[in-house]
Design a protein around this ligand. Structure first.
Ligand SMILES: Cc1cc2nc3c(=O)[nH]c(=O)nc-3n(C[C@H](O)[C@H](O)[C@H](O)COP(=O)(O)OP(=O)(O)OC[C@H]3O[C@@H](n4cnc5c(N)ncnc54)[C@H](O)[C@@H]3O)c2cc1C
Length: 447
């Protein structure tokens, strides 16, 4: 009998197992894939490693939003490269470099939009206010989801172009303005205003580092085990049964529901029918050295294509690989001829759009690979990029409680609360506090 079984070895599952093993719980992690990592697992083609679900993080400077979380998990010791700007946003043919640091951000944006100086100060102050107090784990954040991001931006910023710039900063969240809660917008945007960072190592270094600590602390991780049934205190996978006091699931809630007979159908139907965020199409390029210079920030073009550079390993700073990401709403539902031509067309479109900012890109391309929402579905169980779509108009249905109606079955991960490194780590703190008590976790995190 384990104290806890965590289902899924993505970043949330491993962060959760790391905390539990550090507070002395005997923990088992079960992962369906042959390796840990989930959305961060990455892949290699022709000897080149590519990242999947991590391109940059915000708030890793001393005292900033993510730094205390990563310090706890021993992730600040990895090699992080500070970026020059939060982002470069290109919209309407004009490029805007978004500075890091709250004051520099407000000042820098006011240089592009001098008549918005006071509005920018209000915008920045409110983001800082919402994202501040992140270490206050007892705070009930549910009511904060009830404000509209679009409403706030419209009330605060009167210039339409500036509004567009402020809603085009990277594919950090689904920019569906009719539903996006201000809390999600603020919590995802504010850390990048503090500072932006690229990992100078494959993204699975994060999950490898977490997994190593879990094992060092006496936890167990079993890969290649797809959970297919859950009862109170029991997890089933084919012909194996594992028992635990607490079961903590990081898999997409819609996938979990059919596995739990003891949950009422009305609850399951509600969870399965929740709308999911958009999918992501990614083009992975290897480039001939000597053609495209490395750019030390990410670039967003018309909210359509997002360019992410990898830190180069040559002294002349030539970019040798990069990723182009395109959010997509629809995609072929099966791997067919249509699917291949859809991917080829989108890849060509992505390169053509990126080339408007990086002249010479097409002729610099050596190899091109793509991944689609179907790829995500295959490797993580969900085609959606950021999990369940939270909607400020229906907070009580779209923001799930970590507690399920089945006693001792809990939820963590990007569909619960927020996505991204900071978002999922907060879901873990919240769930673990509810299981083991706030004081235990506050003490563990030295809060
Ligand atoms: C294209 C893209 C780019 C992104 N870029 C960034 C970025 O730059 N910065 C950032 O902070 N965030 C980024 N994100 C978001 C971030 O990657 C995710 O929010 C985070 O990795 C989600 O972690 P998770 O643990 O909730 O889910 P997952 O990583 O999906 O973990 C769930 C795990 O459960 C396993 N599983 C599923 N079903 C079963 C089963 N039946 N039995 C056992 N195991 C199972 C899966 O295989 C998986 O390993 C990006 C996301 C996308 C899609």
């Amino acid at each position: 009998m384990y104290d806890a079984i965590v289902i899924g070895a993505g970043v949330s599952g491993l962060m959760c197992a790391n905390i539990l093993s550090r507070i002395g719980a005997h923990v088992l992690v079960l992962e369906k894939e042959p390796r840990t990592g989930g959305m961060l697992q990455g892949f290699s083609r022709g000897g080149t490693a590519f990242d999947t679900g991590l391109h940059y993080v915000g708030g890793l400077g001393p005292g900033e939003s993510l730094e205390w979380v990563f310090r706890y998990h021993n992730l600040t010791v990895l090699t992080w490269k500070r970026l020059d700007f939060s982002e470069e946003v290109i919209t309407g043919g004009k490029s805007y470099l978004i500075p890091c640091g709250y004051d520099s951000f407000a000042e820098g944006m006011a240089e592009y939009f001098p008549h918005q100086r006071e509005n920018l100060k209000c915008f920045t102050a409110e983001l800082k206010n919402i994202s501040g107090g992140i270490r206050n784990l007892e705070k009930d954040r549910l009511p904060l989801y009830g404000r509209s991001a679009a409403g706030f931006i419209e009330e605060t910023i009167s210039d339409k172009t500036l509004r567009k710039v402020l809603t085009s900063m990277g594919p950090r969240m689904e920019m569906r303005l009719e539903s996006l809660p201000l809390y999600e917008y603020a919590m995802i945007t504010a850390p990048f205003i503090e500072s932006a960072w690229r990992l100078n190592a494959p993204s699975h270094t994060i999950t490898d580092t977490l997994a190593r600590q879990v094992v060092e602390n006496g936890g167990e991780i079993k890969c290649g085990i797809a959970v297919d049934g859950i009862m109170q205190h029991e997890v089933h996978a084919k012909d194996q049964t594992f028992k635990a006091e607490e079961i903590i699931s990081s898999i997409p809630p819609a996938n979990l529901m059919p596995m739990v007979n003891q949950l009422r159908n009305i609850y399951k139907k509600r969870i399965v029918s929740l709308p999911q965020t958009e999918g992501m199409f990614t083009v992975y390029l290897t480039l001939s050295p000597g053609a495209i210079q490395y750019v030390n920030h990410s670039i967003s073009i018309d909210n359509k294509v997002f360019i992410h550079f990898n830190v180069p390993d040559n002294p002349d700073n030539w970019a040798t690989k990069m990723e182009l990401m395109m959010p997509v709403q629809d995609w072929p539902q099966a791997r067919s001829d249509d699917y291949s031509s859809w991917k080829d067309d989108l890849a060509r479109e992505a390169v053509a759009i990126a080339q408007t900012r990086l002249p010479g890109l097409s002729s610099a391309v050596k190899e091109i690979y793509t991944s689609s929402p179907l790829t995500w579905q295959r490797y993580t169980g969900s085609a959606s990029s950021f999990g369940i779509r939270k909607d400020y108009r229906s907070v009580l249905t779209t923001v799930l409680s970590p507690r399920t109606p089945l006693p001792h079955l809990w939820l963590i991960g990007q569909s619960i609360g927020l996505h991204g490194m900071l978002g999922v780590s907060m879901t873990v703190f919240n769930t673990v506090s509810q299981i083991y008590g706030l004081e235990t976790i506050r003490k563990e995190l030295s809060l």
